[in-house]
Design a protein around this ligand. Structure first.
Ligand SMILES: *Cc1c(COP(=O)(O)O)cnc(C)c1O
Length: 372
């Protein structure tokens, strides 16, 4: 059996006619930058999340940058964030000359541990930048309380979690500002790079919309020092079609996750493997299905031989990355992050993974376990 990890070919094939027609129409209209296609997609995003404002942009990374710029983050400001995330989260803080201050994660949801934040606050702390890793939001209630108590902002990097909820409200609507990514392999992916920023604050949303087009207020009149970070009209066209089917796909991803659970229980009980835990007040969009195992590298080799691709998100905490060595962290600083980086393993996950394929993956992991 050969298994496709994200199965983007199948995702296109499912909506081929509709997407290709929309692409061709946009190409022929020859209006490639901003305009109606982009604004109509933004309106659909707002409908989907259930309120607030949506500002599309060129990637999940530029979304984070725009969110930070929108809040006025500058040189020497400190931003609390997690060391167990994709590099972009902390990189965008550093790009503005601000300082990422890492706080360890929980091993239950792999997100920032709210209980450890207050000890890292200083008079320079301006915001908490939390991540909804693998598609599940962190404890947003707790984070919001801390932010309010200390008069700092809460930003949510929802690059992996678009569509996920905390207390029945989309994580895009929590905090002062939230972001997402439409990178092809994210749950709602476009055919290139794309992202969005969300806020329920109208002033902030307007500022971010302006920052995205060089801080412009009118044609060649610039109110802010911004950046060029627009979403292509072509990507907006594709995303508008895909968004129609997105709730259905989130449902399918959740069924895949349930089937993983079922087959893991069937073939290996609860032994030697830690499955994803979704807290009762939250939902996950399962950007990844990530388990924890010992002997991860050997297992990956074994699975590869069986035609099962896997991935590691992420093998090294950001506090130990060479690019952040000037921050002065060392091994041992964030024990939960280090355990997770040694043990996490992401298995194939996409809405079209078949039951038989999931059973095959679980059976093989069980077989590997018999031998160690
Ligand atoms: C993918 C990702 C990003 C960056 O998104 P791009 O669209 O690739 O720039 C940022 N943060 C997290 C947590 C991500 O997974």
């Amino acid at each position: 059996m050969l298994i496709d990890y994200a199965n983007l070919k199948k995702a296109h094939a499912m909506r081929q006619k509709e997407i290709e027609k929309a692409i061709l129409q946009t190409v022929r209209e020859a209006h490639y930058i901003m305009g109606d296609k982009v604004y109509r997609f933004e309106k659909k995003l707002v409908e989907f999340i259930g309120g607030g404002y949506a500002i599309t942009c060129s990637s999940g990374s530029s979304a984070i940058l725009l969110a930070l710029m929108g809040l006025g983050i500058q040189r020497d400001d400190e931003i609390i964030t997690t060391p167990f995330t994709f590099i972009a989260t902390a990189e965008m803080i550093a790009l503005l000359g601000a300082k990422p201050v890492f706080v360890d994660i929980n091993l239950d949801d792999y997100n920032i541990n709210g209980d450890l934040i207050e000890q890292s606050l200083t008079e320079k702390t301006r915001a908490i930048l939390a991540v909804s890793l693998y598609g599940q939001p962190p404890d947003l209630k707790k984070l919001e309380k801390i932010a309010q108590k200390h008069g700092i902002k809460l930003i949510i990097d929802g690059a992996q979690s678009f569509g996920a909820e905390f207390e029945e409200k989309k994580d895009s609507l929590w905090g002062d500002v939230a972001t997402t990514s439409f990178f092809p392999a994210k749950p709602l992916g476009c055919y290139g790079d794309g992202g969005a920023v969300f806020s329920t604050n109208e002033c902030l949303a307007q500022k971010i919309a302006s920052l995205r087009v060089h801080g412009q207020e009118g044609r060649y009149i610039h109110k802010y020092q911004g950046i060029g970070a627009r979403l292509d009209a072509l990507q907006a066209t594709i995303l508008k079609v895909k968004l129609k089917y997105f709730s259905e796909e989130i449902g399918l991803r959740n069924i895949v996750a349930q089937n993983y659970k079922k087959y893991f229980h069937k073939y290996m009980g609860d032994k030697k493997i830690i499955l994803p835990k979704i807290a009762h007040e939250r939902t996950s969009v399962f950007a990844q299905y990530t388990i924890r195992v010992k002997e991860r590298e050997k297992l990956r080799d074994f699975l590869k031989k069986k035609g099962i691709p896997s991935s590691v998100h992420y093998p090294l905490g950001l506090h130990l990355q060479e690019c952040f060595k000037d921050l002065g962290y060392k091994k041992g600083d964030f024990p939960c992050t280090e355990i997770a980086s040694d043990e996490v393993l992401s298995l194939p996950m996409n809405p079209y993974l078949k039951k038989k394929q999931i059973e095959y993956i679980c059976k093989n992991i069980a077989a590997f376990n018999e031998h160690i």
